[in-house]
Design a protein around this ligand. Sequence first.
Ligand SMILES: Cc1ncc(C[n+]2csc(CCOP(=O)(O)OP(=O)(O)O)c2C)c(N)n1
Ligand SMILES: [Mg+2]
Length: 410
Amino acid sequence: MADAGMLRFHVPEPEVRPGGTPDFSDVTIPKAGSVPRPGIDVDPRTIRDLAFSIIRVLNRSGEAVGPWAGLLSDDELLEGLRHMMTLRSFDARMQMAQRQGKTSFYMQHLGEEAVSCAFRKALAPGDMNFPTYRQAGLLIADGYPMVTMMNQIYSNEADPLKGRQLPIMYSSKEHGFFSISGNLATQYIQAVGWAMASAISNDSKIAAAWIGDGSTAESDFHSALVFASTYKAPVVLNVVNNQWAISTFQGIARGGSGTFAARGLGFGIPSLRVDGNDYLAVHAVAKWAAERARNNLGPTLVEYVTYRVGAHSSSDDPSAYRPKAESDAWPLGDPIVRLKNHLIQRGVWSDERHTQAEAEILETVIAAQREAERHGTLHAGGKPSARDMFEGVYAEMPPHLRRQRQQAGV
Ligand SMILES: Cc1ncc(C[n+]2csc(CCOP(=O)(O)OP(=O)(O)O)c2C)c(N)n1
Ligand SMILES: [Mg+2]
């Protein structure tokens, strides 16, 4: 009461700043296998705890334990490992290509590979993702050609989007990857609308919405939840909590809600938190949520707890706002190392095979890069025609665009 009359403005601050010792002691991590697995038709009011816990399958010894384990065969897990390793290798090469001036911009997935790679395997052909820029694993895990991704990154003559999108903003209807919008959170309303349309037309395809922790502060996120909840839209609502927006830590967008998953509770949406660095857990939870959507049980909100190890983008320097070694202190480990250890523990993988696979994957990525570069890079070789700027938006080109095209002489 002593302060009555004197108001104080509150700005949340991260625990540590550059120069400090990384500290994740506030991240409570339950034991692997300890969180129950309810039936998909569960009454959301009875699983509120799941929005505050973390579903984990892989324990510290690399074993898969508990009710969310046992869904994937060794071959499927080996394939998943390969997808994550491919994404990491692809990222490293493309980040380098950006530094070499072959593209203007790149965004990596370092540390978050399990989220998009494992999620893709829970969907069926025809389902549609509405991704952000950090889910290229959806394409890699679905067999989309790396060369085509690189052509897009280079905005070269073979770029399927003809230089009209920012590098890394891919689009593929066939691979269930809706064109990325740079305006964050628009993915949420689009995904919910698409899911509603699918149900209205009695189709069987479901949608997946994607958003980062920071972007949940946008009003689109909240509007999407209203529609998803009211109309029981067949959609999986994914929130990738990698602890950071750009330089803004997750406590800003999260506010006082404790977790991002808790946001769903006010809408009566079943909301789960999952270890985003555990391939098996991500896949199991994604599958649970996808089955709910497919069985007319409505939306599920899933928060993937992970850590953005790399810079936000090729234009960012995280040493300005977080301790350099913070990623080493991240308590959920590295998704590739964890799946690798699990497969070694099962006797189907080894350190030698891993090293060999790394080399093979790098060769494949380099071969794809060579092929893409034959079609040009940002400042060299083939480019999309300037005429393409005017095409592909309107069925019939409006007069002002026709005039501009004439003025441009293309
Ligand atoms: C509507 C909108 N506001 C701001 C931006 C600029 N911006 C691009 S990425 C980003 C941070 C997003 O952080 P988060 O949602 O946590 O996703 P992450 O990059 O961590 O995957 C911001 C602010 C944008 N692209 N769109
Ligand atoms: Mg983030």
